[in-house]
Design a binder for this molecule. Sequence first.
Ligand SMILES: Cc1ncc(COP(=O)(O)O)c(C=O)c1O
Length: 457
Amino acid sequence: MTLPLSNSIRAQDAKHVVHPHTNLRTQPEAEPLVITRGEGIYVIDDAGNRYLEAAAGLWCASLGFGNARIAEVAAKMLTEIGYYHIFRGAANAPAAELSAKLSAIAPEGFDHVLLQCSGSEANDTAIKLVWYYWDAKGAPQRRKIISREQSYHGTSTITSCLTGKPKFHTGYGLPFDGFLYTAMPYYYRNARPGESEQDYSTRLADELEEMILAEGPETIAAFWAEPLLGSGGAIVPPDGYYEKIQAVLAKYDILFVADEVICGFARTGEMWGSQTYGMRPDMITCAKALSAAMQPISAVLIGERVFEQMKVQSDRFGSFTHGYTYAGHPVAAAVALEVLKIYEEMDLVGHVKALEPGFLAGFEALKDHPLVGDSGGVGLIGAVEIVADKETRAMHPPELKVMQIFEERASRNGLITRIIGNRIALSPPQIITAAEVEEMFARLRRALDETAQAIAG
Ligand SMILES: Cc1ncc(COP(=O)(O)O)c(C=O)c1O
């Protein structure tokens, strides 16, 4: 039994901790959620309340919360070495074994692994590699990078620019020039009446091509995409989307980077979202489930086309001038390696595939709910969209605070989800069982029923 967080610790938190994605004016007065323990897919707060954590923290805790086996691996590595780097050719066993394992489970052709510490770092580094590539190829004017509206790729200075959500730019004087945003693939809300998924995908690919031509193809370096938009609303791409987008990229010889920070490690039902959607990227960034979020570690998986040019740059400049002190950290790498072993033992991909029909049936069943418009997903990720009118798809007026009401009702029902605008995303830890999937949807329906009652007055 964990004791409630003492008042003095609460006071320290309120006074000293700068909380990300939080209103810093009102936060000190707010009651914080203090999660102190985990048991599988459940987390327990300091008052003893138990929640089914249907968001896996921040889309990351693939093995749930708390794990003695991982703790043992970390403790051993901390005791034996604690730290060593991989700069200037130094090697450590966990970083080497992890990189080999990642290459083995990556889509074919990703034999080179650059270990980093977070999803933002991985994308940030991949942007540098894109520029490095074009410089090596004698086309340094290729600087512009295209991502999608409402995409999320991190909040470092440069990845904030890559992120296609204006709220991450305002107040910081971002984005820098050269970051462009093409339309997000959001069939439910943005397709025209009567437009098929294939036709909508064609239109988006045409729009991308128009943007490239307007900017000048010789200035475009890369296109960036999460296989499935995660923080943009857990939105599944329409049929034909990547096939058509990739045809445009190939036509203008534009590099393609897949941000698999959420989708990697079977979230979408294959090991990589790229495999689920037939994407053929030049680089893949991954993090989160790479270590089941138990250590901060990420990776850039580099394809041969890019790596060849990185070697050319070493010929020219003498070395690869990039690296972070903690990149390839032996404790983080050992933990990630053990996590990948666990994935193999539990047949992670097979497990997610076996659960997928039940997971999708849960979304399908919610379509009859008066508050629910769009509802669906893939693998073990998906969302329901809350609407005021199922026909017109109109949203509730903001003053009704429907999503706030829902979040509070979900909490009372022992359920944590991820709210994005008027969407409720589910991405439970991948260790979830079929019975727990049912339990998750039962709690979600109860919370939706109570929300409907509350707003009906
Ligand atoms: C798709 C995607 N890319 C990048 C990031 C940034 O990762 P991090 O928060 O580890 O920097 C996130 C975080 O949620 C993400 O969802």
